[in-house]
Design a binder for this molecule. Structure first.
Ligand code: SAH
Ligand code: SF4
Length: 377
């Protein structure tokens, strides 16, 4: 089987070229063709000599996953369903805002961590996505958005990733907040993030790439060393008893250790705060007492809170907190000097809001093998 060059970051491409007797600068040329011009056809790479193009075509491919569907919501949110083989599909969502465009990327087909309010977690895990499948989501979205902006597929991709006529990027931010736990697919996610950050790739700053984790403590430390990007931690509860119940990975990595890892991360982080995500579940974690406990819990961690109104899915057993409850909760945190935002629900008419992403996963963790619809983000 041919090697898929979308799986390789700059350092890996340099070794690939060394193995075929070529100079390191070829890596830079190829990265630009693949990621800045969205080109998958070696024969069109005009600054590579013909014999090299033929050598590449004989031993390698540039292959992004296939798009199954592509839908745009009334508010401009756009969602792609992406085939990752063997009856599995994941979703990628683009969220346009006034001054930025955020792409939400998936890292796994399903998730093994079983958070109780997350339908991905409830419905199982199939496998880690490859680097090509992860970066392929950015590749696909960049090309599609560029085409819409009026560019040719090749030039347009560069336009999407570089400057628009107004000097803005179409995709200015990437969040690893789609399906799956990114730190449970560490190597492939880090390689894909190298490509997002590479000046010959997507050229995003570390501050504009955010990884969201449910709190795999040793992997947070590894990330600090391997690829420190902006970090979001899915807290969701202010004490271990409640977090054990909602986010089962807490039993292995309880809150004290998680918060210590957040403090260590800040030594190398591109931003001087951790974002804490907190899903608002009526009558479960949204009381004044929970807000007070949270204030004590995060006392030593520079942070911002992002309150996420729960997005329901069938048989979840949870309800979204009322607007008033969310406002009261936010006010208690704000009064203690914390920075708090409430996540807007976007794209819910195409099921693209957080907690509504629907992919397809053939669960391999349960006794009965089955295909299930999954929801995440
Ligand atoms: N696995 C990672 C990233 C993917 S989930 C993590 O857990 O952080 C992205 C965010 O959406 C997480 O904060 C997650 O807890 C939240 N989420 C999951 N299900 C949700 C739902 N039904 N409604 C609202 N937010 C949800
Ligand atoms: Fe996995 Fe994140 Fe869902 Fe938890 S919230 S089950 S870690 S995707």
């Amino acid at each position: 089987m041919s090697l898929n060059l979308l799986n390789l970051d700059a350092a890996q491409l340099v070794s690939f070229f060394a193995d075929i007797g070529e100079k390191p600068f070829r890596a830079k040329q190829l990265l630009r063709w693949m990621h800045q011009f969205g080109e998958a056809d070696f024969s069109k790479m005009s600054d590579l000599a013909k014999p090299l193009r033929e050598k590449l075509a004989a031993s390698a491919v540039i292959k992004a996953p296939q798009v199954v569907s592509d839908a745009t919501a009334a508010d401009g949110t756009r969602k792609w369903l992406i085939d990752v083989g063997n009856r599995n599909a994941v979703e990628t969502v683009f969220i346009p805002e006034t001054n930025r465009g955020t792409l939400c990327i998936s890292s796994q087909a399903g998730c093994a961590l079983d958070c109780k309010f997350c339908s991905t977690g409830k419905q199982g895990f199939n496998r880690n996505l490859s680097t090509a499948e992860i970066i392929g989501q950015l590749w696909i979205a960049s090309r599609a958005l560029a085409r819409d902006a009026g560019g040719t597929p090749a030039r347009g991709a560069a336009k999407a990733l570089g400057a628009t006529p107004k000097g803005e990027r179409v995709i200015s931010n990437v969040v690893m907040m789609g399906m799956g736990e990114p730190l449970a697919n560490f190597d492939n996610v880090v390689t894909a993030m190298h490509l997002m950050l590479d000046d010959n790739g997507y050229g995003l700053s570390r501050r504009r790439v955010t990884l969201s984790t449910s709190g795999i403590v040793p992997a947070i430390d590894r990330l600090r060393d391997a690829c420190p990007v902006a970090l979001a931690v899915s807290l969701h509860a202010p004490n271990d008893a409640l977090r054990d119940a909602l986010v089962p990975i807490n039993r292995k990595y309880p809150l004290a250790g998680l918060l210590a890892a957040c403090r260590r991360y800040l030594d190398r982080a591109p931003r001087d705060f951790i974002t804490f995500e907190y899903v608002m579940l009526e009558g479960v974690n949204d009381g004044a007492e929970h807000a007070q406990q949270l204030i004590d819990l995060v006392r030593d961690v520079p942070c911002k809170f992002n309150l996420i109104p729960f997005n329901p899915f069938p048989n979840s057993g949870f309800k979204r907190s009322s607007r008033d409850a969310i406002r009261r909760f936010a006010e208690i945190l704000l009064a203690a000097g914390l920075v708090v935002t409430t996540r807007k629900t976007r794209g819910d008419d195409i099921d693209a809001a957080c907690g509504q992403l629907a992919g397809k996963v053939e669960d391999r963790t349960r006794r009965t093998r089955r295909v299930v619809e999954i929801h995440s983000c």
